[in-house]
Design a protein around this ligand. Structure first.
Ligand code: SF4
Length: 452
């Protein structure tokens, strides 16, 4: 092969239209110096790797779907555009992948940069008019944990009350007060009783990453996973909220907190759409309280009552807040029922009516033969009904269509191009860093395309 000598600089070798040039023009990373100032000693040790280079090093890995730090190093060595973006000249040595790994491991405080970077990019997208908050879309996707299934073991652990129970405590107090005003009676708070029950749950844990969760969902792979719960703006698909949980956590658990945080700290939200997994009564009430219109596909309801007269045989009388049974008798609200899963008004017929009723065989189960028929309604039924009333509207159809297009499409792109398939590091915090970098890479790509 004949060798030629060229007089060029790295600047000449990177095309003017290259994506990284556009990215460099719009993304200011100078905040990284401020954020990391406290992590480095000015007196001791060798000069550190420039923290901005470190952030760019990891960011290009997620922008170009390079799965490991070792492979990022190899790509930077041979890719002139990546060298240009990181400010590493043609013959300059690329930072070693193990130095980057050790730095991330030894300076755990560095991880706050990833959250800060994500937030700054979101704020920049808002400033550029890409995010309005008019309609946000939420869904979750699984990311395979670096956890061995061979080291899985079943452990028995206490079930913690969690934020959901705390919210129910508040509404239970409100409901008991309403009940006292109506009937003059007040019973003890069931929430305390539930906590005392000391509920326990069985969990499959992998010893190699005990913070991951064993995912077992219909149509999904089974094993140790994390879940990335993402909320996107429907305008340009910018991810504006992200929470990572173990793979065995239900989608509803982080949902309300994530939307509240966005609504209170990022930008006010107008409407939220989600699939049927997010259709739980408390969400309807909480989002209504925040003034957020909730579009959600309803969950299929199965009436498991073992009698002929199912729930739909009873007609609700809104004026009296009661039900009429097929025999024309009234079921009135008798109490507030609290279970681990929710809060319910309990309606009950008069025992005397049921005892002499000719239809009792069709209405009362074997178990209830000596008692009276009961029905339960969610405490949040009025909010649920107001949400349901939007089901036939064009806004509802459009919102659910956008949810499917943006959420499913975004997850597909992240998995295919931005490393959202599997994790190399272990632990929930490392999983969160990974998902934040993947989301930031996608947001940057969409922002750069929008601005150009
Ligand atoms: S059993 Fe009671 S609730 Fe059922 S139809 Fe008869 S009176 Fe009505």
């Amino acid at each position: 092969m004949q060798m030629k000598l060229h007089m060029v600089t790295i600047e000449d070798l990177v095309p003017q239209e290259h994506f990284l040039r556009k990215l460099e023009a719009v993304l200011d990373l100078s905040f990284v110096y401020e954020e990391t100032a406290g992590l480095y000693s000015r007196k001791y040790g060798r000069p550190p790797i420039d923290p901005v280079v470190l952030v760019k090093y990891l960011l290009v890995g997620f922008l170009y779907g390079i799965p490991s730090e070792r492979q990022i190093e190899q790509r930077i060595q041979t890719d002139v555009a990546l060298r240009w973006y990181l400010g590493i000249d043609l013959l300059e040595r690329v930072p070693d992948h193990s130095t980057i790994s050790q730095l991330r491991r030894r300076k755990p405080l560095f991880r706050k940069i990833f959250r800060r970077l994500f937030e700054r990019v979101v704020n920049q997208c808002i400033a550029e008019g890409m995010v309005s908050g008019g309609l946000v879309l939420t869904d979750s996707t699984h990311v395979k944990a670096n956890a061995s299934r061979a080291s899985e073991e079943q452990i028995d652990m206490p079930e913690s009350p969690g934020a959901y129970w705390e919210r129910l405590d508040f509404y239970e107090e409100e409901g008991l007060e309403t009940l006292r005003q109506r009937t003059g009676r007040r019973r003890k708070k069931r929430a305390k009783q539930i906590k005392k029950d000391n509920r326990r749950t069985k969990k499959r844990v992998s010893r190699t990453d005990p913070e991951a969760g064993h995912m077992k969902r219909p149509g999904k792979p089974q094993g140790q996973y994390y879940l990335s719960h993402q909320t996107l703006d429907s305008g340009h698909g910018i991810i504006i909220g992200l929470t990572v949980t173990p793979g065995d956590v239900h989608d509803t658990v982080p949902y309300l907190e994530q939307l509240e945080t966005i609504h209170q700290t990022v930008l006010p939200l107008g409407a939220a759409a989600a699939d049927s997994a997010y259709d739980f009564p408390l969400a309807h009430r909480e989002l209504e309280k925040l003034g957020i219109t909730f579009f959600v596909r309803p969950q299929a309801v199965h009436d498991r009552t073992q009698v002929e007269f199912k729930r739909n045989a009873f007609s609700y009388q809104p004026d009296q807040d009661s039900y009429l049974c097929p025999q024309g008798k009234t079921l009135r609200p008798k109490g507030l029922y609290r279970s681990a899963s929710g809060l319910f008004w309990q309606y009950q017929a008069e025992k005397a009516d049921c005892l002499c009723c000719p239809l009792r065989d069709k209405c009362l189960s074997e178990h209830d033969r000596r008692g009276a028929r009961k029905l339960e309604d969610s405490y949040f039924k009025p909010s649920v009904q107001r949400s349901r009333s939007r089901q036939e509207t064009e806004d509802y159809r459009q919102a659910l269509k956008k949810r499917q297009i943006w959420c499913e499409g975004t997850f597909a792109i992240q998995k295919r191009c931005h490393n959202l398939t599997r994790l190399l590091r272990r632990g929930r915090e490392a999983a969160e860093d990974h998902c934040l970098l993947s989301a930031t890479a996608l947001n940057l790509k969409r922002m750069v395309n929008y601005l150009n």
